[in-house]
Design a protein around this ligand. Structure first.
Ligand code: NAD
Length: 353
């Protein structure tokens, strides 16, 4: 088989293990920092306060205003705190929203970021920042945005509600599925994608029945690191484009939208990317779209766009937006096929691949 690829390893430091949150202070010092600003959402304020107490005099303050879609106003409010406290690094404790705020600060200041992820979104291992200003979302990719240190502690995910664990896991799996057929994939990204899918296929059903199962939580977070790394390395295609369209224009919930769309976009690309998807399909019983839909149903994921309040007229509009600005996808995109795919996803029908 002839191979042709280019590969660059991520420079980020990854620390993984139960209880590894206790190593945050050690890593602040190792990074040569003395004044860490701890970031979180309002919901995780008490966790941020506890982390600040744990690192003692290395914490110079807390900002707990992180929110979905990284609004520029929130970043500006956090920037005021960065200046007032003289922070020399940020510690983002939380999911993609908090990581997004840390990235937005680093993009403006080049401050060092330490991320302690508590969901499976994977943003902590990508150099990508999505931010919103006046309701418009823009995406930037820059080396300054990639967090330098990521501390994965599965113990911090024991309390992630089951419904969020399921949708966050499927969100991560979508990075892996699209990574498998990415035009710029490389042997390492494909190995990571497949291993990430296997980790979630094993762990999510266990978590649904036993959310406190530490081994399964560790396995899922391991999957999150792998799938997030794929997102950070290779280009995404139809699935991410449709989810951005739905989230950006119809305000559908982020992880839930990924969860509903994944089986349908995978089925759409199944024949065009058959060799790349063979092993992943085997993980889910032989058919990638139908298999992922069965998996999602079995773990109680949302299955239809209808659940998010979208109307059929919205689907017409979404199909038109999704085919604007042509982008690469293994199967050529046409509006009628996308409209049909959206109809199936809206109705919650098992995809036909
Ligand atoms: P989130 O960070 O918005 O978290 C949702 C809610 O769950 C928040 O209130 C949060 O505080 C809470 N939460 C998080 N972890 C918890 C835990 N362990 N226990 C209890 N509650 C917890 O959700 P998300 O899905 O992680 O992130 C979504 C955002 O991340 C979106 O804005 C998305 O665009 C972005 N994202 C960006 C990238 C990237 O590479 N730039 C990748 C993936 C996601």
């Amino acid at each position: 088989m002839s191979r042709e690829f280019s590969y660059a390893g991520s420079p980020a430091q990854i620390v993984f293990g139960a209880g590894s949150r206790s190593k945050v202070a050690e890593w602040v010092v190792k990074a040569g920092c003395k004044r860490a600003l701890v970031l979180s959402t309002p919901h995780q304020k008490s966790d941020a306060e506890a982390l600040a107490r744990e690192i003692g005099s290395l914490a110079c303050g807390i900002f707990t205003g992180a929110t979905m879609h990284t609004p520029v106003e929130v970043t500006e409010a956090a920037m005021t705190v960065v200046t007032e406290t003289g922070a020399d690094c940020v510690i983002s404790l939380g999911g993609g929203s908090t990581t997004g705020l840390g990235k937005a600060i680093a993009y403006r200041t080049d401050l060092l970021q330490i991320v302690v992820p508590t969901t499976y979104a994977g943003s902590e291992v990508t150099p990508i920042l999505g931010q919103t200003e006046g309701g418009r979302k823009t995406t930037v990719r820059d080396a300054k945005i990639l967090p330098e240190i990521v501390i994965y502690d599965p113990a911090l995910t024991l309390g992630l509600p089951v419904a969020m664990s399921v949708t966050s896991g499927l969100n991560a799996m979508a990075h892996a599925v699209e990574g498998l057929y990415a035009r710029d994939r490389n042997p390492i990204s494909s190995l990571m994608a497949l291993e990430g899918l296997r980790a979630f296929a094993r762990s999510l059903p266990v978590i649904v029945n036993d959310p406190q199962n530490a081994d399964a939580r560790g396995d899922a977070l391991y999957g999150a690191w792998l799938c997030g790394s794929v997102l950070g390395t290779v280009g995404m295609a139809l699935h991410h484009k449709i989810c951005h369209t739905l989230g950006g224009s119809f305000d559908t919930p982020h992880a839930e939208t990924h969860a509903v769309m994944l089986p349908h976009t995978a089925a759409f690309n199944a024949a065009a990317a058959a060799p790349e998807l063979t092993e992943a399909a085997a993980v889910f019983g032989g058919s990638i779209g139908g298999g992922l839909w069965d998996f999602a149903k079995a773990i109680g994921a949302p299955l239809s766009l209808k659940e998010f309040g979208l109307s059929e007229a919205d689907l017409d509009h979404a199909a038109s937006i999704a085919v604007e600005n042509p982008y690469w996808n293994p199967r050529p995109i046409d509006r009628d096929a996308i409209r049909l795919l959206l109809q199936d996803a809206w109705e919650g029908r098992r995809p036909r691949d």
